[in-house]
Design a binder for this molecule. Structure first.
Ligand code: M6R
Length: 609
């Protein structure tokens, strides 16, 4: 999604803006631009392409010399990626950058055209710039407030008024925006990493609040233009966490951070060998009466929910439905008082997941958020909250967020099973103890499998399509393996319940279709092996991810490549088994010459529908 930055201070503003934008590259973008006050004039430089292209252009035309400005990386929504559609956009006296979508922009555009305004771009953003200019009454904050009343949608804006060359304004509705502060300087940004090189102190802008940034500091007013005091927050992770630290890509760095991410996430939530989620607002008493659970999320987070379904149903005997947030929110779901709705999200800002949370609350359900980004909208609005303590996840492809989401879901499932008395405290302690071994087990899998995955990935370079199969938890995990591969390698892939193949999909199998099978669940391994034999006999190349115990029983020649992982508690196997799937995706992406950190067309944080 688009990234916004802004600066007011005494540094070289062009440099600050470009440097801050590089820290938002992970969000995904197709063009970039900056606007800086130079001798009281707003100078805008923007281009289609990457930040490198912007830097080249700045080199060619001369970078604006000044200390106050705004910058943007655009992920196209309205209008193709092009120079003219890139941000910033301007009216005669106003220049803005924008993240999000203005839903009523066509009506507003029509109105402005009827008033004689002309438009250069296809964007909804330019409509806001023109509207600000049209409604400008000499007072920027009042004008922004009036314009906000006209806008529908979710958005964040950084704004400069030509008449006020000493300040930058910011406002948001739904889309995230923070305001960083430091001695003699202020920043705006879509996310904390953008400002970490300058300051760790920041404010979270709330809906419809307007911030005014000057060298003297920042002031805030609410939607009624009443001045407000806000709580200053301090980022608890530093630059290093948001840098590659010697790895070629964030994705592989984050795969390698998984052991410590699990450790960080589970350790504070275990006391006396049992789960302890009191600090997250969860007690046995509070959860014992839930009759049904719905887990709502998108993409990888939804796949973590799929694992949760198997684990919670198995341990706590409570029916669990997993729903895609964009479906849940528009289908009048059956949830209400007495039901628990769990929202899983790395960013805590995913538009559909946030809307699903609000709908669940409106219907009377109790909500629990499992979120990584501190202070995000989903984290703030849910009734109960468990943070995954994965640290910043920069690569678009989620890895350590997924594994920590699983870790939290396991802890919650153990706690719920205790509350429901479907497992004994002794059994719970055994499970917790097995979970505590996961950091070490994941480290072992990384160390023992990486070379093999790298090698097998060379065999996938020319594949046009792949199939991931498994049963039970292995099927839930296959979904994540398949998504990981397709998003970074651009090879089509599907995940399928192995037993369902015969009902249609097996017709796709031939020599050209590699099949990746996951087999970690002892009860169903013989069944999965039968399915593997079936696809093998139709020519497929088989890559099998299985436990060492399974590998020992495997007949010669059943699989072409076997990736063995150590056997642990069966329910916990997705935590270790996902690692080879992540590594296969990463190395296939590299082999195909892609940038796994910034897959085409994708954004890290999907803050629009
Ligand atoms: O921030 P969220 O966890 O809510 O994001 C949801 C999905 O967009 C996300 O999990 C996406 O599928 C992954 N980045 C894919 O690796």
């Amino acid at each position: 999604m688009c990234g916004i930055v802004g600066y007011v201070g005494s540094r070289d503003c062009s440099e600050v803006l470009v440097s801050a934008l590089t820290k938002l590259e992970y969000r995904g973008y197709d063009s970039a631009g900056i606007a800086v006050f130079e001798n009281n004039e707003i100078i805008t430089v923007k281009t289609k392409g990457k930040l490198k292209d912007l830097e080249d252009k700045l080199g060619a035309v001369g970078k604006p010399q000044g200390h106050i400005g705004i910058g943007h990386t655009r992920w196209a929504t309205h209008g193709e990626p092009s120079d003219v559609n890139s941000h910033p956009h301007s009216g005669a006296r106003v220049t803005i950058v924008h993240n999000g979508i203005i839903e009523n922009y066509l009506d507003l555009k029509e109105f402005l055209i009827s008033k004689g305004r002309e438009f250069l771009s296809d964007t909804d953003t330019e409509v806001v710039a023109q509207l600000l200019d049209y409604m400008y009454n000499g007072n920027p904050v009042e004008t922004i407030d009036s314009v906000m009343a006209e806008l529908k949608g979710s958005f964040a804006l950084g704004i400069m008024f030509k008449d006020y060359p000493d300040r930058v304004f910011a406002v948001r509705r739904e889309s995230p925006l923070i305001v960083g502060v430091n001695e003699g300087e202020c920043f705006i940004a879509s996310d904390v990493p953008a400002i970490l090189q300058y300051t760790r102190d920041y404010y979270l802008l709330e809906h419809d609040e307007i911030a005014t940034l000057t060298r003297e500091g920042v002031t805030f007013v609410d939607e009624h233009l009443e001045p407000i005091e806000k709580e200053l927050k301090t980022a608890d992770w530093d630059m290093e966490a948001a840098e590659k630290g010697g790895y070629p890509h964030f994705m592989i760095k984050e795969i390698n951070e998984q052991p410590s991410a699990i450790q960080m996430t589970i350790t504070p939530r275990i006391k006396n060998g049992l789960p302890c989620l009191e600090e997250c607002g969860i007690t046995l008493d509070k959860i014992k009466d839930f009759k049904s659970i719905t887990i709502v999320a998108c993409g990888t987070a939804m796949h973590a929910g799929m694992v949760g379904k198997y684990v919670i149903e198995d341990l706590a005997r409570v029916p669990v439905t997993v729903d895609i947030a964009s479906e849940f929110r528009y289908r009048n779901p059956i949830v209400g008082k007495g039901d628990l709705v769990i929202i899983v999200s790395q960013s805590g800002e995913t538009a559909d997941s946030l809307a699903a949370l609000r709908l669940a609350k409106q219907k009377g359900a109790t909500t629990l958020a499992i979120v990584n980004a501190k202070g995000s909208s989903i984290a703030r609005e849910a009734d109960m909250l468990i943070y995954t303590l994965a640290g910043p996840e920069i690569a678009v492809a989620s890895t350590k967020a997924y594994i920590t989401q699983l870790s939290v879901i396991y802890l919650f499932a153990f706690e719920l099973a205790l509350a429901k008395e479907t497992i004994s405290p002794a059994e719970c302690k055994r499970l917790v103890s097995a979970l505590r071994k996961m950091p070490e087990a994941v480290q072992y899998v990384i160390d023992s499998c990486e070379e093999k995955c790298k090698f097998i990935a060379t065999k996938l370079i020319n594949a046009e399509s792949l199939l991931y199969i498994g049963r039970g938890l292995d099927y839930a995990l296959s979904m994540e393996g398949s998504l990981k591969l397709k998003e970074v390698s651009y090879i089509h892939s599907e995940s399928y319940a192995a037993g369902e193949l015969k009902h249609g999909t097996i017709s796709l199998i031939d020599e050209e279709m590699p099949v990746i099978s996951v087999a970690t669940q002892t009860d169903v391994i013989p069944k999965t092996i039968s399915n593997i034999v079936e696809v093998k006999s139709r020519g497929a190349t088989i890559i099998l991810v299985c436990t060492d115990a399974c590998a020992r029983k495997l007949k010669e020649g059943v699989a072409d490549y076997v990736i063995e992982i150590p056997h642990s508690d069966e329910l916990l196997m997705p935590i270790t088994a996902v690692v080879p799937l992540q590594l296969l995706a990463y190395y296939t992406s590299i082999n195909r010459g892609n940038d796994p950190d910034k897959p085409r067309n994708l954004a890290k944080s999907v803050t629009v529908e």
